[in-house]
Design a protein around this ligand. Structure first.
Ligand code: ZN
Length: 163
């Protein structure tokens, strides 16, 4: 997934917002942290380009391991249950949930090492044929890009309903 992560984070945060307002959370902060969590796994692109020099698929880094985000999500849930009034716990939860959703979305047409570090094998729901150069044109001309655009349409629809 290329452009669909930010709207997916927004949609997830917006859908859950009502449950967190009673904790005194700032709606704006909750939505922004939801978007940041949705983008967070791809921060490994800095490592990919600047340090690893594109030697390994960035999805094979620990930052794209589902087990990492699942553990963070469980920890944030336990933190929230333990401290019902903690706003930081609520923000940690939406951050980690959006990060985990990122991996599900990446897995639609991208390789995700779902059982890493135990099994060194990537899984993808669908494959994108390599027909064009540069590589990203293959994704833009693939049907899955319509899903990315749909996430933007839904997010904009929800945003406009707010006003
Ligand atoms: Zn990613």
């Amino acid at each position: 997934m290329i452009i669909g992560h930010a709207p997916a984070g927004y949609i997830a945060a917006k859908l859950l917002l009502q449950n967190f307002i009673r904790r005194g959370i700032s709606p704006r902060k909750f939505l922004v942290v939801g978007i940041l969590g949705a983008l967070a796994p791809d921060l490994d692109m800095f490592y990919f380009y600047l340090i690893d020099h594109r030697q390994h698929h960035h999805h094979s880094y620990v930052s794209h391991f589902p087990i990492l985000w699942l553990c963070l999500l469980v920890i944030s849930l336990l933190w929230m249950r333990h401290n019902l009034s903690s706003k930081a716990a609520s923000l940690a939860f939406i951050f980690c949930l959006s990060g985990f959703i990122h991996l599900i979305l990446d897995s639609i047409v991208g390789d995700i090492w779902w059982f890493a570090p135990f099994i060194d094998r990537p899984f993808a729901m669908f494959t994108v044929p390599a027909l064009y150069q540069p590589w990203w044109l293959n994704f833009i001309f693939h049907w899955s890009f319509a899903l990315e655009l749909a996430l933007w349409v839904v997010a904009l629809f929800i945003y406009r309903q707010r006003a």
